[in-house]
Design a protein around this ligand. Structure first.
Ligand SMILES: Cc1ncc(COP(=O)(O)O)c(C=O)c1O
Length: 445
């Protein structure tokens, strides 16, 4: 459909958007019959693939029984069941925790910011309200979530509306903000949190929020060993909550239910979204550890917060059906195996002089493009390299997720890959071939 014939307020008035009419596994089919291979799971959302009948059937059953009941008056069996299942997948400190369901990721971040605030009020620390985060991060588009985000482009137009609670350096080894190298750096980027918390304003900090693997902003930058453990120790030492934003990395995308489980740490809150219902319904959640939930239960008993559609029965029915599918097909275990195949298909790509590195964990991979390999120098922004590669992949029928700004918020081009966990060996071959050819085409022109 052309931009002029649409009644929708689009993401971009200068683009036209095909109408998606069907999804089958890793493929999306548009109204003109074109087939697209979804190598990015849209935006790291579609974990179990498109068009899974079991999920739509479970949603239909729930909708026909009871589609909605307000959470001030009722709980639903589907929300109760999914909450218990998510807690069972989480680290041990969530064993007697609780789950607060939302309609998406940004609402989960907002909920966590307010939970952290009220937790400290209930604990007798009314001075604590600031949520510290990292530069070069993304936690959502609502004003609280954008305040804790460090994504320069997404924040820029709204800067006057955003709270300033403090950001520390990202953990990004390929472009280390300190010019250091792991392991001799001693994860200096984590020590920035310690320095911030040692200054005069530290008493007002309630929590630290981070993406275990920085998705859209840094193109799947994973921390080195020791970083997440060190951050956890600092949060404990200073009595602030640790919030792991697993909206992109959670629900198996990195090969574990939650990425933090790779480092055996126990955050106080874990945020999920995207993959939790695999795109079948709008759903997000805050997993609340027992320590935090107990403070509310033994304190005022009520959290001053709420959304009409929280814990929606049909969305949580979708979440349960997605989890059934993940378990029945053992898809958490499949992620590292098929990710290895994708890595193998792309293995020779960094030999190209304009491919800096391929990074990430599990099926969350980033490919960074650079002008000069030795200096790790990015391309000028107006060359739109990531967008050109996306278009070249699209011409080959493969959907990817491009972004700019990974180096400093403005410069730096990368492509994110996050295919469904069900992606086949043949589809992986199509994806890697499209990327190899697109890279060759864009840099030879
Ligand atoms: C890490 C992270 N947090 C939060 C969000 C916001 O989620 P949503 O777009 O569902 O509001 C995103 C979305 O891309 C994300 O990647």
């Amino acid at each position: 459909m052309t931009a002029n014939s649409s009644a929708l307020f689009p993401r971009n008035f200068k683009k036209s958007f095909p109408i998606a009419v069907r999804g089958e596994g890793s493929w999306i089919i548009s109204s003109d019959g074109q087939k697209y291979l979804d190598a990015s799971g849209q935006a790291a959302v579609v974990n179990i693939g498109h068009g899974v009948k079991e999920v739509s059937e479970a949603m239909a059953v729930q909708a026909s029984q009871i589609a909605f009941a307000h959470t001030t008056q009722f709980h639903s069996a589907s929300a109760e069941k999914l909450a218990a299942r998510l807690l069972a997948l989480a680290p041990p400190n969530f064993a007697n925790g609780r789950v607060y369901f939302t309609s998406g990721g940004s609402e989960a971040t907002e909920t966590a910011i307010k939970l952290a605030r009220q937790f400290h009020l209930e604990s007798g620390s009314p001075e604590k309200f600031r949520v510290v985060s990292r530069r070069q991060s993304y936690h959502g588009s609502t004003l609280g979530a954008l305040s804790v985000s460090g994504n320069v482009a997404r924040r820029a137009p709204y800067q006057p509306l955003l709270a300033e609670w403090g950001h520390i350096a990202p953990c990004f080894c390929y472009h280390c903000p300190f010019g250091k190298t792991f392991p001799s750096c001693n994860v200096a980027c984590a020590d920035e949190l310690e320095s911030l918390l040692s200054n005069i304003e530290a008493a007002s900090v309630s929590a630290f929020i981070f993406e275990p693997v920085v998705g859209a902003t840094l193109g799947a930058a994973a921390p080195p060993d020791g970083y997440v453990q060190r951050i956890t120790e600092i949060c404990r030492k200073h009595g602030i909550l640790l919030i792991a934003d697993e909206i992109m990395t959670g629900m198996g995308r990195t090969g574990k239910p939650f990425a933090v489980q790779r480092w055996n740490v126990e955050p106080d809150l874990i945020l999920v979204g995207k993959g939790v219902a695999s795109g079948y319904a709008p759903l997000g959640a805050v997993l609340i550890s027992s320590r935090v939930a107990d403070v509310f239960a033994k304190g005022s008993g009520s959290f001053q917060h709420g959304f009409t559609y929280q814990a929606h029965p049909v969305s949580t029915a979708a979440g349960n059906a997605v989890l059934d599918y993940l378990e029945e097909h053992q898809l958490f275990g499949r992620v590292p195996l098929i990710a290895n195949e994708l890595r193998a298909g792309l293995a020779s790509l960094p030999l190209h002089p304009n491919v800096g590195e391929i990074r990430g964990l599990g099926l969350l991979l980033g490919i960074e493009f650079i002008k000069n390999k030795t200096a790790r120098e990015p391309f000028p922004r107006d060359e739109s390299i990531a967008e050109k590669i996306r278009q070249a992949c699209l011409a080959r029928g493969v959907l990817t997720y491009p972004a700019q700004g990974c180096v400093d918020g403005v410069l730096g081009d990368h492509l994110l890959l996050a295919p469904p966990f069900t992606v086949s060996t043949e589809e992986v071959a199509i994806i890697s071939s499209a990327i190899h050819h697109s890279v060759a085409q864009v840099f030879s022109s």
